[in-house]
Design a protein around this ligand. Structure first.
Ligand code: C2E
Ligand code: MG
Ligand code: MG
Length: 529
């Protein structure tokens, strides 16, 4: 992948990895803020409803007490009783007698029959004769309002504020409603009566009690179970927002705490791969590759006919096996340089031996990119010119990974063969369509993959594959090299099947050139000489 694309992708991924938990944190904070607010509203509404019920209960009790008084109404003895009653109920301001549209007397006013204190008709009357005046002028203080409740001529006077006198530092709006009259008769200071009335109407046809959130406020309605009373509580957005901001800080902190390490992890992961690739790039630039050689023997008499050149990466004083870096080199576009360097090393290290022993050969592995053009063939031809090494002595191993563009690969392979370099299909049998390639690709030999050689002598189903491949190769006139032979039973079996050549630890491990010379001196004196 192109470097800048990779960096951009890494940044995007790392950012996403960081933001995802942060987003979840913020979301949770929002949920939590709403939940808490709903809880608080519920608790508050319950308390407000309790207060309203208490006030109403006191009013009813006081009236009931007045109804059973024996004294002559408005007599001095009766007024004493009224004062006692008014005084004994905390939420009641006055207790009095009325009749004929007039106040007759009360604990606070005394006998006022002659003063003409008229009462309008009541705002609402219950079937059992309880009469309500929701909003009267207070006879003592004009700006203050009074609420009057009476029955059979006995009445109590209340301050509507008593109903909503619930301590609330969040300044939520509260209204108390007589649900049968459908009317708000007490509301907290500054409450938006129209808004509260609407909220009540919204809920009237619903379940009875409930909570809603809309854009600018959260609303809770609580109905009394014992009297025609309900309270509406409305928390404006500002209150919600304050709660939410407090929680947001927590949510953000938690999200960041989880997200940052994740982001860093993603970044590190990605860049480590990236930096390993950078390291490989540097190694190729500084020619830090080495080559080991593994003998290839004729199975008929085990004598070494050639070697396979296997690249190694000298990294921090250690040799890295190609399985770990060849795929990366292919992705990073470094494989062609590696192939060139391997050829260079091979000719430097084995040149003399190849010149002396024209029947001895070296197999070189090429990458997918090398099969897309004749570039490497050009390098190879130029490099061999005048060395006395024949094209036959440098053989090409190509894996199916290189056949992705079959037409181009077929062309390149043919060009190698035309120039005199035998071509092998490496790791044969491991790809999906090995057989189909054989029909259209003209090559010289197959290397049966180690995985099939491993199964020889086992019961596994794949143990029958090797003989098939061998038979087929023979019918096509192809030579066969078996890879990864580790014991003599495998070698015997392959020999019986008519396999010509073998490679594996049984005959020799991949070794540096110096050791290869010693190895050959023992098994093949004429080659090492
Ligand atoms: P390959 O070309 O199939 O090479 C054979 C691999 O099998 C080598 O691994 C070799 O060490 C291993 N091997 C051989 N005999 C035995 C055995 O008896 N037992 C076991 N367990 N393993 C055995 P190596 O050297 O690690 O190479 C791995 C692969 O890397 C090679 O598979 C080849 O595909 C690739 N490679 C190696 N050198 C180059 C190169 O210069 N260029 C390219 N493009 N690829 C290379
Ligand atoms: Mg190979
Ligand atoms: Mg192989």
């Amino acid at each position: 992948m192109h470097r800048s694309w990779f960096l951009a992708l890494t940044i995007v991924l790392a950012t996403l990895a960081t933001l995802f938990p942060v987003g979840i944190g913020v979301f949770m904070a929002q949920l939590e803020a709403n939940r808490r607010e709903a809880d608080q509203l519920s608790v508050f509404a319950d308390a407000a409803l309790k207060r309203a019920e208490l006030v109403m209960t006191q009013a009813t009790s006081a009236i009931e007490e007045m109804e059973v008084l024996r004294e002559e109404p408005c007599s001095p003895a009766h007024l004493v009783q009224l004062r006692r009653i008014a005084y004994s109920y905390r939420h009641i301001q006055d207790a009095g007698i009325y009749g004929g549209g007039q106040r007759r007397c009360s604990a606070l006013l005394g006998p006022v029959e002659t003063k003409g204190l008229t009462l309008p008709p009541p705002d609402w009357r219950t079937p059992d004769g309880m009469e309500y005046w929701f909003d009267l002028a207070n006879p003592f203080s004009a700006p203050r309002r009074a609420m009057l409740i009476g029955r059979n001529g006995s009445n109590v006077s209340l301050d509507p504020q008593t109903f909503v006198d619930v301590v609330d530092r969040d300044a939520r709006m509260l209204a108390v409603i007589n649900t049968e009259a459908g009317r708000i008769f007490a509301a907290s200071q500054g409450a938006n009566l129209k808004r509260m009335q609407e909220a009540y109407a919204d809920h009237t046809y619903g379940a009875g009690s409930g909570a809603t959130h809309d854009d600018d406020a959260a609303v809770v309605l609580r109905r009394s179970r014992v009297m025609p009373l309900a309270v509406v509580v409305l928390a404006p957005r500002a209150v919600l927002l304050a709660n939410w901001k407090a929680l947001l800080t927590g949510g953000l902190a938690v999200g960041l705490a989880a997200g940052l390490p994740l982001g860093v992890l993603v970044w590190r992961r990605a860049t480590r791969r990236f930096s390993l690739e950078g390291e490989l790039r540097g190694a190729v630039r500084r020619h830090e590759m080495a080559v080991h050689y593994q003998p290839i023997v004729a199975l008929s008499d085990n004598h070494c006919v050639g070697v396979e050149a296997l690249v190694r990466w000298r990294r921090h004083g250690r040799l890295v096996r190609p399985n770990l870096f060849i795929p990366m080199a292919e992705n990073a576009g470094l494989i062609q340089q590696i192939t060139d360097q391997v050829l260079e090393i091979v000719l430097t290290e084995l040149g003399t031996m190849l010149r002396r022993h024209p029947s001895f050969y070296v197999s070189i592995n090429v990458g997918a990119e090398d099969l897309k053009s004749r570039r490497f063939l050009g390098v190879l031809t130029a490099r061999l010119r005048g060395t006395g090494i024949t094209p036959e002595q440098i053989r090409i191993e190509a894996t199916e990974r290189g056949f992705l563009e079959p037409d181009v690969a077929r062309d390149t392979i043919q060009a190698f063969r035309d120039a005199g370099h035998p071509v092998y299909i490496d790791d044969f049998g491991t790809g999906y369509s090995s057989l189909s390639y054989l029909q259209s690709f003209k090559v010289d030999a197959l290397k049966i993959d180690k995985s099939f050689v491993d199964t020889i002598g086992q019961e596994a189903a794949s143990s029958t594959v090797a003989p098939h491949i061998i038979a087929m190769a023979r019918s096509l006139g192809l030579q066969v090299v078996a890879e990864g032979i580790e014991d003599s039973a495998q070698a015997d079996f392959l020999r019986e099947q008519g396999v010509d050549f073998g490679q594996g630890w049984l005959f020799g491990r991949p070794v540096p050139a110096v050791e290869l010379a010693k190895l050959l001196a023992k098994s093949m004196p004429q080659a090492a000489a």
